[in-house]
Every structure is written in C-alpha cells, then in structure tokens.
Design a protein around this ligand. Structure first.
Ligand SMILES: C[S@@+](CC[C@H](N)C(=O)[O-])C[C@H]1O[C@@H](n2cnc3c(N)ncnc32)[C@H](O)[C@@H]1O
Length: 428
C-alpha cells in the first residue's frame, strides 16, 4: 500500500485496538479491527487515514503500523467475531506488519492506555519504534518531512527522531472517558476532552462524563437523546461529539445558546415513543436560584408535596416520549437545611417507580459545591450535621409494551462461599 500523504496529515490521529490470540487471525484475514461497547467511543472516532496499532493481549505483542481504510462505524461486517466486536474499522498495513514484544511495558513508559487518542507527534513517536524494521514507514516519514513546509512541525519531527527508542511520556494525546463499572461514580472535573461541555459556571451544571456514560451505555450513534431541563446544554455538547441527535429544553435557556429550546418540561413538544434516552438533572428544591421564570420548578421547596407533584408531570412526559424498552436517567440530591433533612431522592424515586422499572441506582460524588470549604466542614462538625456528599442517579427503563414494570417474583439460587478462617478472624 502506498501511504496517502495529504496536506491534512498533521490532523491524523493514532488508536490502539486490542485482540486475543483467537480473534487476531480474523483481524488480519479480514483486515478489520473491532471493539466491544467498552471502547466503542474510540472506534467510531477513527477517520480514514488514521494510524492504528493492534495489541494482542494474550501474547502482549503490538502489531504495526496500520492505517484506517474507512471511518470507524458500527457493524461494517456485522458477523465478524460472531458479533462480539461491532464497533469496527477496515485497515491497510503500511508496509510490513512488524510485531513489537512487551507492549504493556512500552505503554507504561509512554504513559498511554487503550482510551488514549494519539495526536500526530505521539503517533510519530510510537511509529518510531516500528520504523527501523519497515521500509515503507521510512518512506512515509521522509515524505512527511518534505510535505510539511511548517518549520515548527519539522523541528518537532526532528526532535522526535532524536528521541527514537527512548520511551518518554507522550504528551500530544487526548483521553476519552471510560465506562464506569461500579455504582459509585466520581468525576473530578465537570468536563473532559478538548472542547467544553456545558458551562461550568452554570449553577447546578451536570458532570459531562456522567452524561457520556449514559449515552454510551444506553444508545447507539444516530440515536435521539432528549434533555427536558438542559440548563447550559451539557447533554447537547456530549451528544454532538458522540454522534447522537439531541434536543434540549429549558424553561429559561441561557442567552449564550441558541440550541436550547424554551419549553416547560411538563409539556414536551415531541410525539410519543420517539426518544432513545431521556436525561434529567432537575432542581433539587429551591436551594439554587436558576432564574425568575414563574414556571421554574426550582422556585418550589422540596419540603412541600407540590415539588414532587410537579416533577411527576416531568416523569410522565419523559415516559411518554421514550421508546418502549429505553432508559431515563435522573440526577437528584437530598436536602438538609435549617436542621431539617429531606430525602428528596427517595421521594422522587417513589414517583419514578409508578411508571418505570429500575435498572440501577448510582451514587455520584458531589464535587465543587459552594459548601466544599473548610469553614463549612467545621460548621458541620460543630453543629452536628452533614454536608451533602453525593447525589442519586436513578436509571429507569420504560417497560416494553405488554410487560409490567413491576418486577416479577423469582427464585435465586445463591452460591455460598465459606469465609476463610483468617478473614473471619479479622472481622470478628
Ligand atoms: C440542575 S439544572 C440543569 C443543569 C444542566 N444539566 C447543565 O448541565 O447545565 C436544572 C434546570 O432545570 C430548569 N427548569 C426548572 N424548571 C423547569 C421547567 N418547568 N421546565 C424546563 N426546565 C426547567 C432550570 O432552568 C435549570 O436550568
């Protein structure tokens, strides 16, 4: 294959795909790389011409260098690997396929993971490990140097030449979020990646990675996501980057955005059964002043029944617009104010179960709250109360037609394991 050098070469990215010894043969005979949902978000970001590497997890060998012959998308060859790796890209080898042993060690030195996207300088650094064994790659390298008139780029490249073989940390990289595996989610930052998602100055803004996790767990590229109370538009920004269609409403859209539609979430202007995911981060009561709009539910105290009755109207509308079998994610926190605790989450969950079946309940660590200060921590200890440390994310499913959302009774055959003697001693 002749390397296709274009003036956009500086924009190419690099991706690492994984295989096992049993799936490797199919990768190379089909010249197709694939991934499960776990790394699907990376696979669909591959663009034709990007550089790809294949890591055999069993032998710890890294094969390179490949270039993407298509954009990444779902089910290019639906039957490949029996359907286990549906997010795929077709590939071409750039010259001879070179195997590099001890890939994990190399990744450790370079400080990269499967979830890392390599930008051009990092791609070249990783390619430099293969270059001495691959004449085609040497030619590509030389052409690139001639193609690029820009002095800074050439200097950067020359520096990379000097670093050949010295595995130093790659910095021209981007991290893609990973799917959360447990029911405890903790995001240190509001946003991720190169572009801003939502506005971290917006009161009550949602962590973007939380929405990313719902989008990748419960939808496919091209699906429709609806956020009826979308505030600064975090959901819209995440969905745009992940190739989902998205509609965002708010009772008082921020002036900075023209894609948030002014609507009351209790009357969503969409037909029945049209959405693949609904996400709601509602007010938790009247603790935050969002706006002066008379229909703002955030003006109603969560100590009153009215608050839950109004949110129930949003629940009903979310249920109506969701396709059967699809998911609603609802983020909410409890309240403690003036010596009174209100279990807002439990009270809302009670309403949700009238319409939906429970998929799961996630505990989301609260960060960057205005009460996250030493003064408030001291007050909490002195006056014997607790600061709110988490929110609930209720993940609820609309039942398929003809089925009940109330879980059927069933018999579980639990496997019991005998506790080891030392373990029980330590606990006892
Ligand atoms: C916690 S904020 C949402 C934050 C948003 N997810 C973000 O990342 O910026 C709650 C939002 O609900 C909106 N809201 C309150 N009452 C509403 C209603 N009746 N209809 C639609 N939106 C409403 C508020 O204006 C506020 O923007």
């Amino acid at each position: 294959m002749k390397p296709d050098i274009t003036n956009n070469e500086k924009d190419v990215n690099g991706f690492i795909f994984a295989c096992t010894t049993s799936s490797q043969e199919e990768c190379l005979s089909r010249m197709l790389f694939g991934s499960s949902r776990q790394y699907g978000a990376l696979a669909v970001k591959v663009r034709k011409g990007d550089f790809l590497f294949l890591h055999n997890l069993d032998t710890d060998v890294l094969y390179g260098v490949f270039r993407a012959a298509s954009d990444g998308k779902k089910d290019i060859v639906a039957e490949a690997w029996g359907g286990s790796y549906p997010y795929q890209v077709t590939v071409e080898a750039l010259g001879d396929i070179v195997p590099l042993a001890n890939a994990t060690e190399l990744f450790k030195h370079l400080n990269i993971k499967r979830s890392t996207i390599l930008h051009i300088n990092s791609v070249m650094r990783l390619c430099s490990f293969f270059r001495p064994y691959n004449t085609e790659l040497k030619k590509w390298w030389a052409t690139l140097l001639i193609c690029k008139g820009k002095k800074d780029f050439i200097l950067e490249t020359v520096r990379n030449w000097e670093l050949l073989g010295k595995a130093q940390k790659l910095t021209d990289v981007e991290e893609v979020p990973e799917l959360q595996a447990t029911t405890l989610w903790d995001f240190p930052r509001q946003s991720y990646g190169k572009t801003r998602k939502g506005d971290n100055k917006y009161a009550g803004v949602t962590p973007a990675e939380l929405i990313w996790n719902l989008v990748w767990r419960y939808t496919e590229p091209g699906d429709l996501v609806v956020d009826p109370m979308c505030g600064s538009g975090t959901t819209l920004d995440v969905c745009k980057e992940e190739g989902r269609k998205a509609i965002g409403y708010d009772i008082s859209p921020p002036k900075s955005r023209d894609d948030v539609i002014q609507t009351d979430a209790r009357k969503i202007p969409l037909p029945d059964n049209c959405a693949d995911l609904v996400f709601v981060d509602s007010p938790y009561g009247d603790n935050i002043k969002y706006n002066d709009h008379p229909q703002n539910i955030g003006n109603i105290s969560s100590e009153t029944q009215e608050f839950y009755d109004e949110l129930e109207k949003v629940i009903k509308e979310s249920h109506r617009i969701l396709k059967p079998g699809k998911v609603l994610g609802w983020l909410i926190g409890d309240q403690w104010v003036k010596k009174r605790a209100t279990p807002v989450g439990f009270l809302l969950y009670n309403k949700l179960t009238k319409y939906f079946e429970t998929v799961d309940i996630i505990c989301v660590a609260r960060r960057n709250q205005s009460s996250n200060t030493g003064i408030w921590a001291n007050r909490a200890r002195r006056f014997n109360f607790y600061l709110r440390g988490f929110k609930y994310l209720f993940i609820m499913r609309k039942q398929l037609s003809g089925t009940s959302h109330v879980a059927e009774e069933r018999k579980i055959n639990w496997a019991f394991y005998e506790r080891s003697r030392t373990a029980s001693k330590n606990i006892g």
